[in-house]
Design a protein. Structure first.
Length: 238
């Protein structure tokens, strides 16, 4: 279980219900007819970066919303040069507050934003059907949250900079495991309940039983002792 890949995107964009765009013309119109974003602009505008007479927009292609001295401020829609979109609150030209980022690849984020990145609490919905809801720091799961994978597997618990770390529960169609996670794997003490009724309580290493533990079987059998590579270990027995 590794979650880093989805949470390190440099630019994000979104649709926020808080944004009010009034009856302004659509940004889909010919951008050649739109004014450039410059320091003379203030009020409610639709403007384009990167055209003759416009300042360098950095990562932005266009903006629709409130502008103060040519800088986006308030509610609006930012379109990035890579065709990502952000709709929500903007402060001094940077997404800040509440909004929704919609990536060009189909991924989405809705929630709180700080310094242009998901930060605080929100929901990521990915194009492959997976979903994360919970606390975030600088664009990565950090704190308590729930990650639902495309195959219905679920991890619920603590995250640290994009990885499962701390107390958590991991559920699949075959097993439910709870315990301490490190680098997105069970490590230390924990317990698992399998679909057939088998139960394990004890130590884990790299996500599988390793060390001292107890395995209880559906037929009433029981093994208490050392486990290696997920299996009961009996010295001298092959």
């Amino acid at each position: 279980m590794h979650f880093d890949r989805r949470f390190t995107k440099a630019a994000v964009l979104a649709l926020a219900s808080a944004a009010t765009l009034y009856a302004l013309p659509s940004m889909a119109q010919d951008k050649g007819n739109l004014p450039s974003c410059n320091r003379r602009n203030s009020g409610r505008w639709i403007c384009v970066y990167g055209v003759k007479g416009a300042p360098d927009g950095g990562p932005y292609k266009s903006f629709e919303g409130n502008i103060s001295n040519g800088i986006p401020n308030g509610s609006g829609v930012l379109v990035f040069t890579n065709d990502d979109r952000y709709e929500g609150t903007v402060r001094n030209g940077v997404p800040q507050g509440r909004g929704m980022f919609v990536f060009a690849n189909g991924d989405r984020y809705e929630g709180t934003v700080k310094k242009g990145k998901p930060d605080g609490y929100g929901t990521f919905s990915f194009d492959d059907g997976s979903r994360y809801q919970g606390a975030l720091l600088a664009g990565q799961p950090h704190g308590y949250g729930t990650f639902r994978f495309q195959d219905k597997t679920v991890y619920q618990g603590l995250f640290y900079l994009g990885q499962a770390k701390g107390q958590g529960t991991y559920k699949t169609t075959e097993v439910v495991c709870s315990g301490r996670f490190f680098s997105s794997e069970l490590s230390g003490r924990g317990n698992c309940r399998f679909e057939d009724g088998t139960r394990y309580t004890g130590e884990f290493r790299a996500g599988i039983p390793g060390g001292r533990g107890v395995m209880r079987y559906p037929n009433g059998g029981r093994f208490a002792g050392e486990f290696r590579d997920g299996q009961p270990y009996v010295p001298g027995k092959k």
